[in-house]
Design a protein around this ligand. Structure first.
Ligand code: FES
Length: 247
């Protein structure tokens, strides 16, 4: 995702609004540090904003977060307060629901691992191996951090982890299906696809490993799904899912 355009500050206080992704990894504990799942929750909140406005909202919401933190670490409660106080419906409900289904991955551990492996996109396979070694799989929350720190599209990362057995996100079945339920895709019917796929995946003979994701990086062609590492969008996505469902 793109870096912000905010001018650099002169003080030692963290330039939180300009680069929250970087702030989390390089700040000492305390001021400007992210605690618990606060970082993942903040990113989940930003994902609900239309992509073209995400940079602007990131800066604004980081300012609000900084005010709430009052110079201390960013906490999960601060993010929840922002959602409740600022975010309108239906986005608020979506975000709160997303918080409730978030995994228990410690983002600070993920950031440490990512920071310990220098380099850009070429370092991603090594990072994914390290994440797998630590967590036993490569959780989605971790992918979000990798995407930002290494400047790699989420769709590229999903393709990597669903294409190689070395990077399991869960026990593999015949079809690894990722359905984007970000705002753009949700408005184009991804919710209905998800619902049907969930029923199929839950069936005793279900041969689908289903994953709901926040964005596959092609919002203008929504809805977007990925099946065994192959990205489908628009009518193709609907057709591929109908095929899997036997419709
Ligand atoms: S919202 Fe971006 S691809 Fe679905």
């Amino acid at each position: 995702m793109s870096a912000s355009k905010k001018p650099r500050g002169k003080k030692s206080a963290p330039d939180k609004a300009s680069s929250p992704a970087v702030a989390g990894a390089s700040q000492p504990a305390g001021q400007g540090a992210w605690t618990g799942s606060s970082r993942a929750m903040f990113e989940l909140m930003i994902k609900e904003v239309p992509e073209s406005l995400q940079d602007v909202f990131r800066v604004k919401l980081m300012d609000v977060l900084g005010q709430k933190a009052k110079g201390g670490p960013y906490q999960e409660s601060h993010v929840i307060e922002i959602v409740n106080e600022i975010v309108p419906e239906p986005f608020k409900s979506n975000i709160i629901k997303g918080f409730a289904t978030m995994g228990g991955v410690d983002i600070s551990v993920v950031e440490e691992i990512v920071a310990s492996i220098p380099g850009g996109q070429e370092s991603v396979p090594a990072v994914l191996h390290a994440l797998r070694g630590r967590f036993g799989c490569v959780p989605e929350e971790a992918l979000q951090v990798v995407s930002q720190k290494k400047n790699v599209f989420m769709s590229t990362l999903y393709r990597l982890v669903t294409s190689f057995q070395a990077f399991p996100t869960a026990t593999p079945k015949k079809y690894a299906v990722s359905v984007c339920d970000g705002t753009g895709c949700h408005l184009k019917g991804s919710g209905s696809m998800l619902h049907k796929l969930q029923e199929k995946a839950a069936a005793p003979d279900g041969n689908i490993t289903l994953e709901k994701v926040r964005c596959l990086g092609c919002c203008d062609l929504s809805p977007a799904v990925m099946v065994n590492g192959e990205l489908y969008s628009g009518d193709d996505a609907q057709a591929r899912i109908s095929e899997l469902l036997g419709e």
